[in-house]
Ligand binder design. Structure first.
Ligand code: GDG
Length: 529
């Protein structure tokens, strides 16, 4: 199905994070997959297209498992695509990844109450790392037609660097995190460089039309470009009378619904889920869980406050529910993440110290990495999953739970996630409003069986009708459409007055008018984002 959209061209995914790492374990080497929604969701697409994935190395045994051309060789069993690794010098990687990506761009875009830091040295490393990625991608493409699909905020400069070096390629990028409003973004000293880098894309995707609008408002404010709201495109001059056109569109990302559902419904998975319920819910208590990277944007402290408030305002739930929070350590080299992990540990200890009784621990914290299949078993075991993000581009945990959870389980979901736009049958909460959050938890726990089943049935319909396959197809179709439009654009420009932007209302986007390309139009039909 996806092959048809590619029409024989190579499909190259570029991200900082690799889909798997090789690590030394005792006396052998094992393959590890990162706790990343991005790689988990994209892997089946690269697998289905037999494409190539280019990413930074991260595992202790990556060198030994990579050949002289940078490719993982041999491929691990079950991997049907090439992984080409980039080995960034350690200091450069630290300044690029720990510094500019995670301590500058991540807080800047999430507006999540951690002040972004702007260090000149980190910025230089970010530029340098993007250039190294550009060298490797250009070498891989080798002047041939290809679709280059760049991921996320680590590689904002890469599209522009590739435009000249890969003239036959289509360059597209998906930005997995929110795009803030222009006022928030303008504090970044290198905002114009970042925006120019992103306008090297033929197609730039966000999860929500809301983020697209923020992005277009930002370029409108910061650069001398023409923002065409009619066709959702930004036309920028590249000098010498030539122009580039970047289509901006919303594609709400989703999950591999059939695979997750099938995995969580095997008899082995059900047995494991029952075991988890016996172990953590003691068979008769409700079991409410959370799954996330240990990250301040996920609102873990806010959730812990609400849980404590639940037991104050609704004491009938004492000894009747256990909260298990699975938070896999993340970005542990970033100071803010180290401090946050300590704050979470001490908040958990505080709640348990104040409320635990013999045989009942209100909150159990598992700060460990769990295999993906076991994460899905946890969803199957849970009576409720609680997602409390302060701001989240999408949040795939919510959608995974809908795929893997029981028919009578409840989703409690922060209204500040992208997922909340479509998952309307979740119990939606504001993580900042502790009392109301606590009441939302009580409502979810006390919800009658029939209502729970009805809500879950509707949620399943929404996620299964717009899963990761639909997302990938919509993106590839939009890329195709963008190519046709570019050809049309060149023809018309030549007829009218040589190269130059067309006026709004041209045929760039036949349906035109609203911020909805293939992705968001489908969403309106199927998922309601
Ligand atoms: C970014 C954006 C956007 C978590 N713990 C473990 C584990 N996970 C997996 C989950 C899920 C993924 O990590 C998390 O995905 P999210 O979407 O919830 O959040 P981010 O990691 O922040 O992802 C986000 C996403 O990109 C995709 O565009 O939705 O808004 O911030 O798949 O299951 N997986 C395993 N062990 C764990 O302990 N195996």
């Amino acid at each position: 199905m996806l092959d048809a959209e590619l029409e024989g061209r190579r499909f190259i995914v570029v991200s900082n994070r690799q889909p798997f790492a090789h690590v030394h374990h005792k006396n052998s080497i094992r393959v590890e997959k990162p706790p990343s929604g991005l790689t988990l969701a994209l892997e089946p697409i690269v697998q289905a297209t037999g494409g190539t994935w280019i990413a930074a190395a991260s595992g202790s045994a990556d060198k030994e498992t990579t050949d002289a051309n940078g490719r993982v060789n041999p491929r691990p069993p079950g991997v049907d695509y090439d992984l080409r690794r980039i080995f960034l010098p350690p200091k450069l990687h630290e300044d690029f990844y720990t510094g500019f990506a995670n301590s500058t761009l991540w807080p800047l875009c999430h507006i999540a109450y951690h002040q972004p830091r702007f260090e000149e040295r980190w910025w230089r490393a970010y530029e340098q790392a993007n250039k190294i990625f550009a060298d490797v991608v250009a070498d891989e493409v080798n002047g041939q037609p290809a679709i280059i699909f760049i991921q996320d905020f680590h590689l904002a400069l890469l599209p522009q660097l590739l435009r000249e070096r890969c003239p036959k390629a289509v360059v597209a990028q998906f930005w997995h995190i929110p795009w803030p409003n222009p006022e928030a973004f303008r504090i970044c000293p290198w905002r114009r460089e970042l925006l120019r880098g992103l306008l090297g894309n033929h197609l730039l995707g966000f999860h929500l039309p809301y983020h697209c609008n923020n992005f277009m408002d930002t370029v409108d404010r910061e650069l001398q470009v023409r923002v065409d709201h009619e066709t959702n495109a930004v036309v920028s001059s590249t000098g010498a009378g030539t122009h580039t056109r970047t289509m901006v569109a919303g594609f709400p990302m989703s999950v591999d619904y059939p695979r997750i559902q099938a995995s969580a419904n095997t008899s082995a998975a059900r047995r494991e889920a029952a075991k988890l319920r016996r172990q953590y819910g003691h068979g008769n208590r409700k079991l409410a869980i959370s799954v996330e990277r240990l990250d301040y944007s996920k609102g873990i402290l806010e959730r812990l406050h609400a849980i404590e408030r639940l037991f104050e305002r609704h004491p009938e739930w004492r000894e009747q529910v256990e909260f298990v929070h699975i938070a896999t350590p993340s970005r542990t080299t970033v100071r803010a993440y180290q401090d946050y992990a300590h704050a979470v540990e001490s908040a958990v200890a505080g709640i348990n110290g104040r409320l635990a009784t013999p045989g009942w621990t209100p909150v159990q914290a598992l700060h460990i990495y769990v295999e993906p299949e076991q994460v899905w078993n946890w969803y199957q075991a849970a009576d409720a999953v609680v997602v409390s993000s302060l701001h989240d581009g999408m949040n795939l945990v919510a959608k995974e739970f809908v795929a893997a959870g029981r028919d009578n389980a409840v989703l409690v979901l922060s209204e500040f996630t992208g997922a909340a736009r479509s998952l309307r049958e979740a119990v939606q909460i504001n993580p900042f409003a502790t009392d109301a959050f606590a009441d939302g938890l009580a409502r979810a726990l006390a919800m009658p069986e029939e209502e729970r089943r009805d809500r879950m049935r509707r949620l399943r319909w929404r996620v299964s009708h717009y899963d990761i396959g639909a997302w990938a197809r919509d993106l590839l179709r939009a890329i195709r459409q963008r190519e046709f439009d570019a050809q049309d654009f060149a023809i018309q420009s030549a007829i009218v007055s040589g190269p130059g932007p067309r006026q709004p209302g041209g045929a760039d986007f036949p349906r035109g008018g609203r911020l909805a390309c293939a992705g968001s139009a489908r969403t309106a039909d199927f998922a309601g984002d």
